[in-house]
Design a protein around this ligand. Structure first.
Ligand code: RIB
Length: 307
């Protein structure tokens, strides 16, 4: 049986405006351009895993607005099984994103359909027996995320959690997480530890391991990423040097690519290098799902970089 990556999470239409520099509070500025592009942390991670060759099912919801079908079609065109996607009356998830000249972004979410379903509506759409792992983020109702974590625990399916947007987690919930992938801001919100590079990422990740998480990956932007697990020494993978134009979905690309690599049985250092290369390519392109590379592109970058 081919094992699946199951993503239970958000599906958004991203309304992206590009600006020279972010406006200050109270300031009105002109944008350099505007685009409607499929996004959502859950959907982006699903697309990243599928473009890396994994078998992926997306579980979530779109609305009944004009964006809904585009969002489903974009997932399907990327090879994601969309049979787990519900339609809920109302608007689809919307993210209002501003990207500045350096590629940094500000994102405001309007949850819509992502927040309009309960666990009972999606539990039958999760293929538990075929799941290699279930990927969760924090853009759907927390009660759904927590219910999926608990059921995954009962069934022995590893939970990969990306706590984004950042949130505080009860110690008991941390014990339900197998793999936690998060950035510097998110690990600070959860552990209280300031992380600015690989050296301080290791002790901060250690706090999550003490709370019950099996493995932690801290993504550090242009400083690369750090893996810390219960067994073995920490692994630091430096970032690939690229010219960033838009960092939107860089973390999502990393997570989906890493999940796909893990599903294939790649050892941790190799899976990290693969994920780092995928996210490096993503930041060289505009948009969320539009920026996520296919497996052959990632392998070419790895080969060209001799990694
Ligand atoms: O991580 C990037 C994503 O965050 C965007 O695609 C946007 O939809 C928000 O969910």
């Amino acid at each position: 049986m081919v094992k699946k990556i199951v993503v239970v999470g958000s599906i958004n239409m991203d309304l992206v405006t590009n600006v020279e520099a972010f406006p200050r509070p109270g300031e009105t500025i002109h944008s350099l351009g505007v685009a409607y592009l499929p996004g959502g942390k859950g959907a982006n991670q699903a697309v990243a895993a599928a473009r890396s060759g994994a078998s992926v099912r997306m579980v979530g919801a779109v609305g009944t607005d004009s964006f809904a079908q585009t969002l489903i079609d974009n997932l399907a065109d990327s090879g994601v099984d969309t049979s787990g996607v519900l339609r809920k009356e109302g608007h689809s998830g919307l993210a209002v994103i501003t990207v500045d000249r350096s590629g940094e972004n500000h994102i405001v979410l309007a949850g819509g359909s992502n927040k309009a379903f309960g666990y009972g509506e999606i539990e039958g759409r999760i293929p538990w027996d075929e799941a290699h792992a279930v990927l969760l983020q924090n853009e759907i109702d927390w009660s759904v995320t927590e219910a999926v974590m608990r059921e995954a625990g009962r069934r022995g399916v590893p939970v990969w959690f990306n706590p984004a947007p950042a949130l505080k987690l009860e110690p008991e919930v941390l014990g339900l997480i197998h793999t936690c992938i998060l950035n510097e801001t998110e690990i600070e919100v959860i552990t209280g530890a300031k992380v600015s590079g690989a050296d301080d990422a290791v002790p901060a990740a250690g706090r999550l391991l003490e709370a019950g998480v099996r493995q932690v990956v801290v993504t550090l932007g242009d400083k690369g990423c750090v893996w810390v697990g219960r067994e073995g020494e920490p692994v630091h993978v430096p970032a690939f040097k690229v010219q960033a134009v838009d960092t939107t979905a860089a973390g999502d690309t990393f997570i989906g690519a890493m999940a796909a690599a893990s599903c294939e049985g790649k050892p941790v250092p190799e899976a990290l290098r693969y994920a780092a290369a995928a996210s490096a390519l993503a930041v060289t392109r505009h948009g969320a799902q539009a920026s996520i590379p296919a497996r052959d592109e990632v392998e070419r970058l790895l080969a060209d970089a001799g990694r």
